[in-house]
Design a protein around this ligand. Structure first.
Ligand SMILES: C[S@@+](CC[C@H](N)C(=O)[O-])C[C@H]1O[C@@H](n2cnc3c(N)ncnc32)[C@H](O)[C@@H]1O
Length: 246
């Protein structure tokens, strides 16, 4: 008999197939937000960035059916596509045979250009993904671009990993005026980038209030933390303010 999941897929489940409950603990109650959007507009258009094996996509789609247009984005199909999501759902015993519609899948690097037009989504959410990306400022600017005006994004940010030594603890560090700033310090006055608390720590809420967002930063250096120590994860990104060349 062929196994539903390969051995590698089974090993990756804890890191690629977190549940809606896990995600609610890190980025807040997205299913209630979706429910409120549907109550208000009859329909909601939602994007998950870094959807992994798609467990949350399937859980949400089964809750809201055709009132929810859901898209999942991964860097490549090898990291999880619709076929993986269907098999993983079956593995977890989810009744998906009558699930209609199914979520859409797209593949792209979220720190370059997202394959969506401006103002496409009522809600964007992302769990355990931004911390792996080097160009974190571009990721945030792209999320802003694809949100509808007034819409919000809930991003599990892990801008600080308190368990790591001080020199690598900030995964988003800005060096300005010969000083080091954390993301939260540097953008503390920006009302579009809000620090929110969920059961398991804090996350980034992006609120789109204008045409576009430029964080005004350039990436100076990035370091893959797993290359420093095998039990560390994520990518440390060091930014400087962009120099205006005009
Ligand atoms: C650690 S997994 C998290 C999966 C899922 N969100 C969860 O919490 O279980 C990270 C996911 O982000 C995706 N990813 C990482 N870097 C990305 C990038 N630059 N652009 C798009 N997706 C990316 C990978 O494909 C992978 O599915």
């Amino acid at each position: 008999m062929t196994e539903l999941l390969t051995r590698t897929e089974r090993e990756l489940l804890p890191r690629r197939a977190r549940s809606l409950e896990d995600v609610t603990n890190t980025i807040g109650d997205i299913s209630t937000e979706i429910s409120q959007l549907i109550d208000k507009n009859g329909f909601a258009t939602v994007l998950e960035i870094g959807c992994g094996f798609g467990r949350v996509l399937m859980q949400l789609q089964s809750m809201f059916g055709d009132r929810l247009h859901l898209t999942g984005l991964n860097r490549s199909p090898e990291e999880g596509d619709l076929s993986t999501a269907l098999r993983v759902s079956e593995w977890f015993g989810m009744p998906i045979s009558s699930l209609s519609p199914l979520p859409d899948y797209k593949f792209a690097d979220a720190s370059k250009r997202l394959p969506f037009g401006d103002s496409t989504f009522d809600l964007v959410y992302s769990n355990m993904t931004l911390c792996h990306v080097a160009r974190k400022s571009a990721f945030i600017e792209e999320v802003y671009r694809v949100l509808k005006l007034g819409a919000t994004a809930a991003i599990d940010s892990k801008f600080e990993l308190p368990q790591l030594p001080a020199e690598v603890r900030l995964t988003f560090e800005v060096i300005a005026n010969d000083r080091s700033f954390s993301f939260w310090e540097y953008f503390s006055d920006n009302i579009e980038l809000q620090m929110m608390r969920a059961k398991k720590g804090r996350f980034l809420k992006i609120v789109r209030t204008s045409d576009c967002l430029s964080l005004g930063l350039q990436l100076e250096k990035s370091v893959l933390l797993s290359e420093l120590r095998s039990d560390w994860y994520g990518c440390k990104s060091i930014f400087r303010p962009k120099v205006d060349s005009t």
